[in-house]
Design a protein around this ligand. Structure first.
Ligand code: GDG
Length: 486
């Protein structure tokens, strides 16, 4: 039986404590069945790159992680991945900072990780690589002699050829993607942009969804990610009784709650959202003192300059909104920059009248789906969603807005706050049907079926096999771990 290997930049080893922001960990929770392995960076910085992975087994899943050096971290993670690729793929070339030494560091880390993984693979293992940090990973596995099926899923958008070309080394990265057997994208538009780039920038042949370049064929498909909707709804129902949700509800004093939850990231459109809210209060004064906006924006990637600049801009804008509109007994905008526990978010979503999800560009956006799953179908809130989130392809019953126009955000908030129960229910029923069918597990099984065509779970434990093969040479912690409560 084939074993599944998940490869991603960060590996959420179960003992990690505390609330965790970030879409990938949430989405992959479902796929990890006994017999699987999750391989990648430990999230730790060490004086030396690890010589071998650190292994942890929990519930039959092996977590194999390696430390990076400070230099690796700065070049690979802060530099090329988050300083060049992230802005490029979010249509922000002006924020893209390309430096050759950082790109070289990005390749070095990918090579090192691939060489480590190659040592522990069996010929039947199916390898599923995640996201923009690891684009060249398959090439380095191939160079190490790996002939297994290798798939790649990009969680963020892809860009058309004219935008892709602004990145120095774009052609090399595209060629690297040609080493995957399957390349998955959040939307058909992203998959098409990838195929166009391969054709226009590399001269690859495209036929239907397959791309052939230098004798290798990659199937490039849309495979939209989803959430684990049933447990999330259950969590929301339970959380309504929790002390935090009760406290939040009491603090509203009958006012409508509008909510936004995002990582503090420039792709999420937060400045325009704050300005849109200010325009709502200015242009539609009937909402003054009738609405409270709660924005939770957990700080992330603070080592990258653009994120620190954004933090300062939002502090200023939040102060401006509250300075202009507050009353001595009403604060229009509540702005928190720490992560909240997941359960708490679910409860907050459930009591909100409006969910505001207005990224400038987003691969999918799971918050949109979580907001819908958390609603009470008898009295549901309204979702406002950016046209440029991947989720907009499926969630057409949301109030779709252009996030570059703060007035459009204001008008949608006005419409949502005034919307009658019948229309709220009609829109929510359609959105709910979508969110409960296009789930995380549907996404994962679809991708794995394409990649392997045969069952890939419940195989023999990686750790036992590795123990046999490397006989005590690697650091290993077999203490059974409690499942992280989040
Ligand atoms: C990438 C792509 C794609 C947020 N704040 C807190 C918190 N979160 C959780 C949300 C949600 C997840 O993090 C965020 O997922 P998103 O999809 O909205 O965005 P990214 O982190 O940018 O994820 C994105 C995704 O990958 C999956 O493919 O959809 O387009 O950019 O689950 O609820 N969770 C907790 N506290 C917070 O304060 N506990």
């Amino acid at each position: 039986m084939a074993r599944l290997v998940i490869v991603s930049n960060r590996v959420p080893v179960p003992k990690t404590r505390g609330a965790q922001a970030g879409g990938l960990a949430v989405a992959l929770k479902e796929v990890l069945r006994p017999g699987a392995m999750w391989f990648g960076w430990s999230g730790r910085i060490s004086p030396e790159t690890s010589e071998a992975p650190y292994l942890v087994e929990s519930r039959g899943v092996t977590y194999a992680t390696l430390d990076l050096t400070k230099r690796d971290y700065e070049n690979f993670y802060v530099g090329f991945a988050n300083g060049a690729l992230w802005p490029l793929f979010h249509f922000q070339p002006a924020l893209m900072k390309f430096r050759r030494e950082e790109y070289a560091g990005y390749l070095d880390v990918n090579r090192m990780l691939a060489q480590q993984l190659a040592k522990i693979l069996l010929p039947d293992d199916v390898i599923w690589v995640h996201d923009y940090h690891l684009i060249p990973f398959a090439r380095f596995l191939r160079e190490a002699g790996v002939r297994n099926r290798i798939g790649f899923f990009l969680h963020i958008p892809f860009v058309p050829p004219a935008m892709m070309e602004t990145l120095p080394r774009a052609r090399d990265l595209l060629a690297d993607l040609g080493h995957y057997d399957v390349a998955g994208f959040q939307t058909e538009g992203h998959a098409r942009d990838f195929r166009d780039c391969m054709a226009r920038l590399l001269g690859a042949t495209v036929a239907g969804d397959t791309v052939t370049h230098q004798g290798r064929t990659t199937q490039a498909v849309a495979n939209p990610i989803g959430i684990d909707a049933v447990p999330f709804e259950r969590e929301a129902i339970r959380a309504v009784q929790s002390a935090e949700t009760v406290r939040l509800a009491a603090s509203l004093q009958g006012r409508a709650l509008a909510i936004g939850v995002d990582r503090l990231d420039y792709s999420k459109g937060l400045p325009n959202r704050f300005e849109g809210y200010a325009r709502l209060l200015k242009r539609f004064p009937e909402h003054l003192e009738k609405v409270s906006f709660l924005q939770i924006a957990a700080r992330s990637r603070e080592d990258v300059t653009a994120y620190r600049d954004l933090g300062r801009e939002l502090d200023r804008l939040a102060g401006d909104v509250n300075g202009r509109f507050s009353e001595f007994d009403w604060t229009p905008l509540r702005y928190l920059t720490r992560a909240a526990p997941r359960r708490q978010l679910a409860g907050f979503f459930r009591i909100a009248r409006v969910g505001v999800v207005t990224p400038l560009h987003d691969g999918m956006n799971l918050v949109a789906k979580e907001f819908v799953a958390a609603q009470n179908p008898i009295d549901p809130g309204v979702l406002i969603l950016s046209r440029f989130a991947g989720a907009a392809d499926e969630m057409t019953e949301a109030l779709l807005v252009n996030p570059f126009d703060p007035d459009e955000i204001a008008e949608a908030m006005h419409e949502a706050l005034a919307m009658k129960l019948d229309e709220r229910k009609r829109r929510h029923a359609a959105l709910r049907a979508n969110v409960f069918t296009t789930t995380a597990s549907a996404y994962a099984s679809r991708f794995l079926a394409l990649l392997s065509g045969k069952p890939v779970a419940n195989g023999p434990s990686f750790i036992d096999d590795m123990l046999r093969r490397v006989a005590g040479k690697w650091p290993l912690d077999r203490t059974p771990l409690r499942r992280r409560a989040s």
